[in-house]
Design a binder for this molecule. Structure first.
Ligand code: HOZ
Length: 428
């Protein structure tokens, strides 16, 4: 497959953009190749600058649950654009989307829109600190909550991919306020809580982890976090930037029946445009400026284009049977890839929650960062490149999640599984 033009564009980008990309994991560095420069997308496919078309399981890292260029989303954005792109003043659409989010997500009584998932998590943490009057936070190693200083501690996603889970530039005085527990280990949380008395403001967790590959919560883990937080006066934050409106309309909290105090959102609620949101109990949210004293602001917050794309996307998700069909497709993808690996005699550990899926290149079970980090990333790279050659576009890192969209047809899924069967044989 020819990638000449992508490679030329990458060289040009590298001279003006650090590493040639505006977000590290896109650079394909860990899989030893140049990134594809994407020209256009449609439904479940992306096409690159060399004219190659791929079945896409990246979906812009999660937002494109209804597929690329859905006509309802396009017309909503076009209509809004013709009335003005941004005003820096309130619009009715913000209240419409806020109500849709509140109706959908069990924990959210009030919500504030921002422009990215990183903004959502850093603002949620400030609010939790201001509300409790405490400074320390607990996160889980391998979980990624964006690139704010206090959250780049033992982080997943690109930070894990490039082996810099603790980034230079994060002051030690800031990092020391972030305590890290192991995902799926309530004992590790209890220990930190016992050692730190009444100084923990919040526990932030990806309730289904998606940034160390896809790692589901073990039975009782989320319930246990809920209990600890309730008993200790700690704010429980579910980071559902990836899982919100993805694993179910109401996110992980609907699927598993555990309600946090606050939730962060992004990706899907912007329908592919830059958006984030954080929300939760009214009592906490009202502490936010201007109703309260905890400050947070943004010129493009609640941007009309992003609100329109989000409303149009959520309207599609609300259609009867949407998640049932998506579940069937996702089951077929997850099981198909796992069976293909088994038939080729290749050991993988396959995980899936709804339309989030992952093939871990390891023998044993993956349930936290120490077990995820045992994966054979070299073998993953070979598989990734072989799949790319077969026209299948996966995330270029072992420590990311695959996303199925409503636009993937049975034929696309069959082609994917056939490609996987060929690629596992190739690398076995
Ligand atoms: N951290 C994002 C995935 N978990 C990557 C975002 C991007 O490169 O677009």
């Amino acid at each position: 497959m020819n990638h000449e033009r992508s490679s030329i564009l990458f060289q040009q980008a590298k001279s003006v953009i650090p590493g040639g990309v505006n977000s590290p994991v896109r650079a394909f560095k860990s899989v030893g190749a140049d990134p594809l420069f994407i020209k256009k997308a449609s439904g479940c496919t992306v096409s690159d600058e060399d004219g190659n078309t791929f079945i896409d399981y990246v979906g812009s890292w999660g937002p494109m649950i209804v597929g690329h260029c859905h006509p309802d989303v396009i017309s909503a954005v076009q209509e809004t654009m013709s009335s003005g792109a941004s005003f820096g003043a309130p619009t009715e659409r913000e209240t419409v989307l806020a109500n849709m989010v509140i109706d959908a997500v069990p924990s959210i009584e009030m919500v504030r829109m921002v422009s990215s998932g990183t903004e959502a998590t850093m603002s949620a943490i400030r609010l939790a600190r201001g509300y409790t009057g405490r400074d320390k936070i607990i996160k889980f190693s391998g979980c990624y909550h964006g690139h704010a200083d206090s959250l780049l501690v033992k982080a997943g996603s690109g930070a894990a991919t490039f082996g810099v889970p603790d980034s230079p530039g994060v002051p030690a005085d800031v990092a020391k306020l972030t305590l890290t527990a192991e995902y799926n280990s309530l004992d590790s949380v209890r220990k930190l809580v016992a050692e730190n008395g009444n100084s923990i403001a919040c526990i932030i967790v990806e309730p289904v982890a998606g940034n160390m590959g896809t790692v589901p919560p073990r039975e009782g883990f989320l319930e246990g976090l809920r209990e600890i937080c309730t008993n200790e006066g700690i704010v429980l934050i579910f980071d559902e930037v990836m899982s919100g409106f993805r694993v179910a309309y109401g996110g992980v909290q609907e699927l598993y029946g555990v309600t946090p105090d606050m939730t962060t959102l992004g990706k899907i609620i912007g329908g592919g445009l830059p958006v984030g949101a954080f929300g939760g109990k009214r009592e906490i949210m009202e502490k936010l400026s201007p109703s309260g004293g905890i400050y947070q602001a943004g010129t493009l917050s609640g941007n009309p284009l992003a609100m329109s794309a989000g409303i149009a996307t959520l309207n599609i998700l609300k259609q009867p049977g949407f998640y049932k069909k998506l579940e069937e497709k996702s089951l077929a993808v997850g099981e198909g890839i796992a069976k293909a690996a088994k038939a080729a005699g290749y050991p993988i550990y396959s995980t899936r929650v709804g339309s989030m899926f992952c093939a871990f290149f390891c023998n044993g079970e993956v349930h936290d960062w120490p077990t995820a980090s045992l994966c054979d990333t070299k073998a993953f790279s070979k598989y990734f490149l072989a799949m790319l050659d077969e026209g299948i576009y996966l995330a270029p890192s072992q420590f990311e999640t695959g996303f199925v969209s409503a636009a993937h047809s049975d034929a696309d899924i069959e082609r994917t599984i056939a490609a996987a069967a060929k690629c596992f044989k190739l690398i076995a």
